[in-house]
Write a protein that binds this ligand. Structure first.
Ligand SMILES: C[S@@+](CC[C@H](N)C(=O)[O-])C[C@H]1O[C@@H](n2cnc3c(N)ncnc32)[C@H](O)[C@@H]1O
Length: 322
């Protein structure tokens, strides 16, 4: 795989974001994109096979069952760009279906070099597919892929899993409008969205009894220790998943188990935590299938088709740029 790598998470930016998030008055926060270093990307792969986390299996079932129908609705030829591909495992169904129509350039866009390497291992064996990886933030990578497309080629953007759910609703709309601005009329976006389901089932998905999601969350503090020379004591924090009914999202937090002070040397500051205080690290918003149709209209797309998994309510939404 050819990879265009400009480290998407430079250390000075990481330090500045950590400082801004932990120095906030009120709720302390850390951006969820920093969950994905080498360890975090590997742990996410384990989460995706946990019995309690039905989301990835639902997404995979829909792609496996409907890949040919999805691909038949696309303009040809298409270049495929995937935002936050992770290991790209589920994308195999789409790429294999496309091989019946064309030779395909597949461009995974990832901030995690580990995820990009996994993606190459996972998909590098498909005949008629060339992989060009972009170690970039979503929109920077998409701009580059769009700039490289050739006359007559359309773009097919994949945003799978439920990564759109990591944005709050207004930010998600803003992000999809930005994606739309990079696309041309007729280009396509396949957007995964996890649907609302009983709250206990959702909480278990983000707080599994084996503690893998807890390790994924706590690794963020371990990463700050490793990369920014900080002294977080991991035993002093506990993973917490909670339902926010206003936002309709599952929030992940790290709760301080005692009053403590932590120094983050590379970010040039110290931060105090009260007992019980939390750091908010990720949100996973849940949608209704009808909301996705409204989101398409609000962001400059039309929803061409929607496929729903009934076993673990999840929607695959095919949006066409209007
Ligand atoms: C929740 S995982 C989903 C992975 C895969 N799409 C799936 O459905 O299993 C999100 C992925 O997006 C990547 N990511 C997170 N924030 C990003 C950003 N701002 N730009 C590019 N990639 C990002 C992470 O490294 C991670 O691999």
């Amino acid at each position: 795989m050819l990879t265009h790598a400009i480290p998407a998470q430079p250390i000075y930016e990481f330090a500045a974001d950590v400082r801004a998030g932990l120095a906030r008055r009120g709720q302390k926060e850390l951006p969820s994109k920093y969950l994905y270093d080498d360890v975090g990307s590997a742990l996410f792969e384990v989460i995706s096979v946990l019995p309690e986390y039905g989301l990835t299996r639902a997404d995979e079932r829909l792609l496996r069952r409907h890949a040919y129908d999805i691909v038949d609705r696309l303009p040809t030829p298409v270049v495929v760009a995937e935002l936050g591909s992770g290991s790209g495992k589920k994308t195999r169904w789409i790429l294999e279906a496309l091989t019946h129509h064309q030779h395909t350039s597949y461009c995974p866009i990832e901030i995690s070099p580990t995820a990009l390497a996994m993606c190459e291992r996972e998909l590098g064996d498909i005949d008629s597919v060339s992989i060009v990886g972009f170690e970039r933030e979503y929109l920077d990578g998409l701009l580059e892929v769009a700039a490289r497309r050739e006359e007559g080629e359309s773009l097919f953007v994949l945003f799978l899993g439920s990564t759109i759910g990591n944005f709050d609703r207004p930010a998600g709309i803003k992000f999809l409008r930005q994606v739309r601005r990079i696309l041309q009329p007729g280009d396509a976006l396949l957007l995964g969205s996890d649907l609302e389901k009983p709250i206990p089932q959702l909480i278990l998905a983000y707080d599994d009894p084996l503690g893998v999601t807890a390790a994924f969350n706590l690794n963020l503090l371990a990463r700050i220790n490793r990369e920014l020379d900080a002294n977080f004591e991991l035993h002093g924090f506990a993973h917490e998943a909670r339902w926010n009914p206003q936002a309709r999202s599952v929030e992940m937090h790290l709760r301080s188990l005692r009053k403590q002070k932590v120094t983050i040397t590379e970010a040039g500051f110290s931060v105090e935590f009260a007992e019980g205080e939390t750091i908010w690290t990720e949100s996973s918003h849940k949608y209704s299938r009808y909301e996705m149709l409204q989101i398409a209209m609000a962001t400059g797309f039309r929803c061409e088709a929607q496929w729903i998994d009934e076993e673990w309510p999840f929607a695959e939404n095919l949006f066409i740029a209007a």
